[in-house]
Design a protein around this ligand. Sequence first.
Ligand code: PLP
Length: 363
Amino acid sequence: MDNKTTPGAGEWSGVIESYSSFLPVNRQTPVITLMEGNTPLVRARNLEKKLGCPARLYLKWEGMNPTGSFKDRGMTLAVSKAIEEGARGFVCASTGNTSASAAAYAARSGYPCYVLIPENAVAMGKLAQSLMYGATVINVRGNFDQALQMVLDIVESRPVTLVNSLNPYRLEGQKTSSFEICDILGEAPHTLFIPVGNAGNITAYWNGFREYRSAGLSSRLPRMCGFQAAGASPIVQGERVENPETVATAIRIGNPASWKSAVDAARDSGGSISTVTDQEILEAYHLLASQEGVFVEAASSASVAGLSKTLQENPGAFKEGDDVVCVLTGNGLKDLQLAIDNCPQPVTIGADISELEKVMELR
Ligand SMILES: *Cc1c(COP(=O)(O)O)cnc(C)c1O
């Protein structure tokens, strides 16, 4: 397959078939796909102006994946490889997008999926997805770490495969987003901004950019700039956070699984891992929707919050002609309560044209 070719309408066939030469698959691998990947790379001219960004700014809109987050890129590979290796079901511990994605791909595979969630700690949209896709959702009276331990124990004695990000195929699939960015831009960007939770995704992107350059399909490597929420920033603080707290639930992680490789990616690329506050995250969340029409999960906007902070601290951070990409990891529709709670409420009027005119004059 020619990896430099951007597909035309109807030509895309999912990340495994599109990038098979970069993935641990062979002709026998049964490909379980929902046509994930090939997500929009949107130029954000309004944000460039608003933030005073001299570089070209692009948004990698991963919320456009089939279950609404980048997790689908890794899940297609994890599930396909598990079936190839004889799995008879899937299990994960998750408070969010991993469970939604696992449940969807399991449904397509025809095998059962068991999702362990810490009791009552899951956003409504993500819970609804897992239930609709037919997963067995199990509330655990305990926290995430305890649920994960149970999952690790059960895969020892049952023919079910763990699809948490400890599954190495997850990161392999996730790196395909770097390939798509390079294919569209014709080169790797100068700088990549990305939210960091368990730190698997920043690791995957860095692997992808390096593999593409080694293959001669790009000639530079981006600076990798990762952002944790201030209340859940173990990497920045250099120690585990016992009770991580942030409005950005998808990055509320106190002890990241890919800690070391994320630190390596930031260091080796000349980038950094820093923090943004919940207020900065919510500002970026609103800016993305109101300025660009892109509605993301709160966690996703940590990348744009990080860009905004970088430009405030150092207006000369980028040159004209640079390409800067902000990764937007998940879809805003996952958590409607957060959106509604953080917006002005609708105005109510009588069915009367003069009342309508009054409202429209005020705007
Ligand atoms: C999983 C997730 C993240 C965090 O990614 P890591 O690989 O854990 O760093 C960020 N945003 C969203 C929407 C996610 O689902």
